[in-house]
Design a protein around this ligand. Structure first.
Ligand SMILES: [Zn+2]
Length: 376
């Protein structure tokens, strides 16, 4: 697992106005974790439609794409800059080797060594707006300055990394072209790095379905849980049922309560919980109710072996809901993180890309995986 996480990007990019951070960016990476070594920057274009929104692209790239997470930073047509991942990402694919000032990018290892920037452009002739070109240079300049990259060698295009396979970035711009696809002349780009002006972008307002960039991870996770109601079925219903049991609104020892079917019994339990918690009693488990079930009013602490209490009990129930503890054995829900709980958590961690850092502590990444099954 790579150990280099770019959690200092806010410092690196502090001189650029209006940089945004996609919720969860600090913890997001490909399965290999952080970077192995940081050797430079790989520049891309997205080959996406001019009519697509920037925020929509970011959501796909980091949360739903089959190759998620794609690239560290996205750059919109209006110059919007959004950071999505502190860890390594899937953007380079096969290619290399390539010599950089700090060492050689081994063959097919660009994902583990290069910061990926994806800029929105259709790649087949769409002109690059000036503001987007300016911001591309500003971004690369800031990264070079902060991480000590030498622009002349450490800033490359996807085309240079894998010439027979990729043309990006390409298209009408101040950076010329080297082939019939319009692939940029990176020598022009590289010589333009540094000393650029950085006008603030005109950003589109974020859609209401997406988190504002500064929203905390707990709110983000709760907002992204599915909304459940009577008739819903599946593993999310099962997790909700376990949390209702952890809160004392279902009999913990009755495995029939954990059937993943949102029927009348579950509906009654949920309404009783909502009433007791001071919420709207509507039988609908949405963001507020998920948050109440997780008792987020106190935040969700990072806990570890030896911990005791309600947070441990919720974790034990979620481990059971995910199949890592026997659901019918109430001793598993004792709220004490002992050896049995630790073994189950370690297995869960191994299956979800959470080990070993350290192996079993339950922090934000663990809670997110326990709630929504996310594999890191
Ligand atoms: Zn590319």
């Amino acid at each position: 697992m790579g150990s280099i996480w770019l959690r200092d990007l806010p410092t690196a990019l502090a001189g650029i106005p209006d940089v945004q951070y996609y919720a969860g960016w600090e913890y997001r990476s490909r399965s290999s974790g952080g970077f192995d070594k940081l050797l430079g920057i790989l520049c891309h274009h997205t080959a996406t439609s001019p009519t697509g929104s920037f925020s929509g692209y970011c959501k796909v790239a980091w949360t739903t794409h089959s190759a998620k997470p794609v690239a560290s930073i996205n750059l919109g047509r209006a110059g919007e800059i959004m950071v999505g991942c502190a860890g390594a990402t899937n953007h380079a694919g096969v290619g290399g080797p390539r010599d950089m000032s700090g060492g050689t990018v081994p063959r097919d290892s660009g994902n583990r060594t290069l910061i990926g920037i994806e800029a929105l452009n259709n790649g087949v002739g769409e002109p690059w707006p000036d503001v987007q070109q300016e911001r591309y240079l500003a971004l690369v300049t800031a990264l070079c300055n902060h991480y000590g990259f030498v622009a002349g060698t450490d800033v490359i295009s996807h085309h240079e990394y894998t010439p027979g396979r990729k043309i990006d970035p390409a298209g009408p711009s101040r950076f010329g072209s080297i082939n019939r696809s319009g692939t940029w002349d990176m020598n022009i780009f590289r010589s333009s790095v540094g000393g650029v002006i950085t006008p603030p972008p005109t950003t589109e307002p974020p859609p209401t379905t997406e988190p504002p960039p500064n929203e905390d991870w707990i709110t983000w996770v709760m907002n992204n849980q599915p909304v459940l109601r009577k008739g819903s079925t599946g593993v999310f219903v099962k997790r909700m049922q376990h949390l209702l049991a952890a809160a004392g609104f279902m009999n913990e020892g009755n495995v029939g309560n954990y059937d993943g079917q949102f029927g009348s019994g579950t509906d009654t339990a949920l309404r009783n919980f909502q009433k007791a918690a001071g919420g709207v009693v509507d039988g609908v488990c949405g963001p507020w109710t998920w948050g109440a079930l997780m008792h987020t009013i106190d935040g969700i602490p990072t806990i570890k072996k030896g911990a005791q209490g309600a947070d441990v009990k919720r974790m034990q129930h979620l481990l059971a809901a995910n199949g890592y503890l026997s659901e019918g054995n109430t001793a598993n829900y004792d709220g004490i993180w002992g050896n049995g709980t630790d073994t189950a958590k370690a297995k869960f961690d191994n299956a979800h890309g959470l080990a070993p850092s350290p192996p079993t502590d339950a922090g934000p990444k663990s809670w997110e995986s326990l709630l929504n099954g996310w594999k890191w």
